[in-house]
Design a protein around this ligand. Structure first.
Ligand code: GLP
Length: 262
């Protein structure tokens, strides 16, 4: 694992964008795994700037998003579909047919809660999503944020470290953290999500995990220096042959050992 500590959020975002750009120069049809949340916003802004000012070309790039809420229509302002279009896709020249975001409308929260799950439909959809990734030769770079509880995608603590794309129930800590996007009201935050599994994420050729701010310090300490455990799903990246962790100083503040600085 390569751990790089940078000064602040801006430096983290720029370094991540530079890395992606370099890979796009080598492989214009790069398959990118993308994340949502506040962490990658600066990275997306920088990629947009590179596209607009330096003609970075996304016409051959293919993307797969990690996850999506269940229970929000696609056009809901807080769906990850809206997030990705507003914060990246509509500003770059990626063809719509190259974009993949899990469809959180294949099942409703009511179906989940009533126990009348359209299991075949869900399984078929999840399998299709995984097969699409394979069809493009797998994900070259998977961008990851991290939840305070150590989740990646929406793989909450206790997730099987070999899990595949499936439905997960969100923990209260995650819903509380994400309430800031829903008028501060936890009751408006969906309870379920569709997410790539930990095993799916681990198949990406490179993992690029980003974290900023002191509220991520404990999760980063566990991810980098803790034992591999389903209690903190992100710790699995210690087993990945090519995982890069870019953290700013506050997020790195609980790390015990010395790491690369940029
Ligand atoms: C969300 C997303 C994750 C994200 C994480 C951290 O719930 N599903 O992909 O990495 O939580 O979010 P943020 O970057 O806003 O702290």
């Amino acid at each position: 694992m390569r751990v790089i500590i940078v000064k602040d959020y801006d430096a983290m975002s720029k370094l991540a964008a530079k890395f992606i750009r370099e890979q796009m120069e080598v492989k214009p049809n790069l398959v990118l795994g993308l994340a949502t949340g506040s962490t990658p916003l600066g990275l997306y802004k920088e990629l947009i700037r590179m596209h607009k000012e330096e003609h970075l070309d996304f016409s051959k790039v293919v993307t797969f998003n990690l996850d999506e809420y269940i229970g929000l229509p696609k056009d809901h302002p807080e769906s990850y579909y809206s997030f990705m279009w507003d914060n990246l896709f509509k500003h770059i020249n990626i063809p719509e047919s190259h974009i993949h975001i899990p469809d959180g409308t294949i099942v409703t929260p009511e179906e989940i809660e009533s126990g009348r799950l359209p299991i075949r439909k869900i399984e078929a959809y999840c399998e299709w999503y995984e097969n699409e990734i394979k069809k493009y030769g797998g994900i070259d770079i998977q961008v990851l944020g991290i939840g305070r509880d150590g989740h990646i995608g929406f793989n909450e603590p206790g997730s099987s470290l070999g899990s595949r794309t499936r439905i997960k129930t969100l923990l209260e800590v995650t819903r509380r953290d994400n309430a800031r996007f829903f008028d501060g009201d936890i009751n408006k935050v969906p309870k379920y999500a569709l997410t790539m599994g930990v095993g799916t994420i681990m198949e990406a050729k490179t993992l690029l995990l980003l974290a900023s701010g002191e509220n991520k310090a404990e999760a980063i300490k566990m991810t980098v220096e803790g034992p591999v455990t389903a209690r903190y799903p992100a710790t699995i990246i210690q087993l990945h042959p090519k995982a890069i962790v870019i953290v700013d100083e506050p997020a790195a503040s609980q790390l015990e050992y010395e790491y690369e600085r940029a």
